[in-house]
Design a protein around this ligand. Structure first.
Ligand SMILES: Cc1cc2nc3c(=O)[nH]c(=O)nc-3n(C[C@H](O)[C@H](O)[C@H](O)COP(=O)(O)OP(=O)(O)OC[C@H]3O[C@@H](n4cnc5c(N)ncnc54)[C@H](O)[C@@H]3O)c2cc1C
Length: 416
């Protein structure tokens, strides 16, 4: 069923009785050409682009819970392509371009909102670093503007410019950045993949990977054994667990990242703002809640829940930036499991096991990467080699020293 203003009108006239399920809840078959593990945004996008770009439709996406129950449904929905390094920026800018055409391609309202992303700077040194990043973005075809304090004040007069410790000196603005509705991205990709014949199998946990003579042959699951020609792992925070089933130890740690939403208020923040003197980012949802987050909890964990210390830490930054937030009530907080790589950049690559592919290491920023990640992973699986856009996102870069240390911070997951 195609969605259009005509279909909305037709259903309005017949009491909404004609809508059909957006995708089939498929039962697993015995065998597939390609199996993708993980029904988050990345897994579903991969299946969609395998079918759309490469004509590979005998594909299953296996999800242990329901689709979107992982980080795809837990993030703060920020999309942007404001990276510095050549290994990253072209990839994220390609993602931005795919976001810009996503709703038309999927025939689904993903609520992509290019409301702008402002990274605030609070010192001269930080301004210089942001100027360098902005220049790199422009050289790679992205948009970037360096604002002074007055420029930021015009966009966001409610910020505490005179904060004694962290005065706001300006910001790096990417106008094409913004937000997208995370659930809708999952549902849109699921529907579009299903329409091309992909089986989306929910409540199907992968419990083992069968490897014979160095080559993957299938998967043990909670719903039986499934044979597979190729297998792609896209399980975000569970990447180390899946890789362990194939005898691989990844340069990845799993950490909890929390997010928060306030009670709904009238329109206040019409852009995305990040604090440069602490780890804090904030936007306002279309329902009116202020959506914000900060740093990872700082210890390895597979818990998907909130905690008081992280809340206190995030609220400190919130109050330093926007003291009026102290008058708001917090509605909810939650956590997701982050796959923190040791250089802060992701991995989309082949693995030492033949026909087994890895998509992991998304750290704080995998939601914005969803379209390009799926696009590049599909290419890598279909052609058995990386695309130029993900050529630097190699797994063996940690062995060879070709790391993409975007923050120049070394192997410290808490800083990425
Ligand atoms: C609080 C929070 C805020 C964030 N904010 C942003 C943001 O503003 N912008 C941004 O770009 N990124 C953000 N991120 C990061 C982003 O959400 C992730 O990097 C991205 O969603 C990861 O890819 P995914 O969607 O495929 O992961 P997921 O949705 O986690 O998908 C992986 C799936 O694999 C499934 N799975 C795991 N193990 C198995 C198994 N054995 N068998 C079958 N299935 C399995 C899981 O159930 C899960 O559904 C945030 C993350 C969190 C937690």
């Amino acid at each position: 069923m195609r969605y259009s203003w005509l279909s909305v009108l037709r259903e309005a006239l017949r009491d909404q009785s004609g809508w059909q399920p957006a995708w089939r809840d498929a039962a697993p078959r015995d065998s597939y050409d390609v199996v993708i593990v993980g029904g988050g945004g990345h897994g579903l996008a991969t299946a969609y682009y395998l079918a759309r770009e490469h004509g590979i439709t005998n594909v299953a996406v296996l999800e242990k819970g329901h689709i979107g129950s992982g980080n795809a449904g837990r993030n703060t929905t920020i999309i942007r392509s404001n990276y510095l390094l050549p290994g990253n920026e072209p990839f994220y800018e390609w993602s931005m371009k795919l976001w810009e055409g996503l709703e038309q391609n999927l025939n689904y309202n993903a609520m992509v909102s290019q409301r702008g992303v402002v990274n605030l700077y609070h010192s001269d040194a930080q301004r210089d670093a942001f100027a360098r990043r902005g220049n790199s973005m422009i050289l790679h075809g992205a948009d970037a503007e360096l604002l002074d304090a007055e420029g930021v004040r015009r966009m966001a007069p409610y910020l505490d410019f005179a904060n004694a410790r962290f005065p706001i000196k300006g910001g790096l603005l990417q106008r094409r950045g913004g937000t997208a509705r995370h659930d809708a991205v999952v549902w849109g990709y699921a529907r579009a993949a299903d329409q091309r014949g992909v089986d989306i199998v929910q409540n199907c946990e992968v419990t083992g990977l069968r490897i014979e003579d160095g080559r993957i042959t299938g998967l043990d699951t909670s719903r039986g054994f499934i044979r597979a020609g190729k297998v792609g792992i896209a399980v975000a925070g569970n990447s180390s667990r899946l890789a362990d089933m194939a005898g691989m130890r990844l340069p990845i740690e799993s950490h909890v990242l929390q997010a928060f939403v306030s009670e709904a208020v009238k329109p206040l923040i019409d852009t995305v703002i990040t604090f440069g003197a602490g780890h804090f980012y904030i936007s306002q949802s279309d329902k009116g809640g202020l959506v914000f987050g900060g740093d990872i909890d700082g210890y390895n964990s597979y818990a998907q829940r909130g905690s008081v210390p992280a809340m206190a830490d995030v609220m400190e930054s919130a109050m330093a930036l926007m003291p009026m937030l102290g008058r708001l009530r917090l509605l909810r907080q939650w956590g997701g499991i982050m796959d923190m790589s040791m250089d802060g950049s992701p991995i989309i690559d082949l693995t030492p096991v033949e026909n087994l592919y890895l998509n992991a290491g998304w750290c704080y920023g995998g939601f914005k990467a969803t379209p390009a990640s799926g696009w590049c992973f599909a290419w890598t699986i279909a052609k058995n080699q990386p695309h130029a856009l993900n050529a630097a996102l190699r797994l063996d870069r940690f062995r060879d020293g070709a790391t993409i240390d975007e923050k120049g911070a070394g192997p410290q997951p808490n800083l990425h």
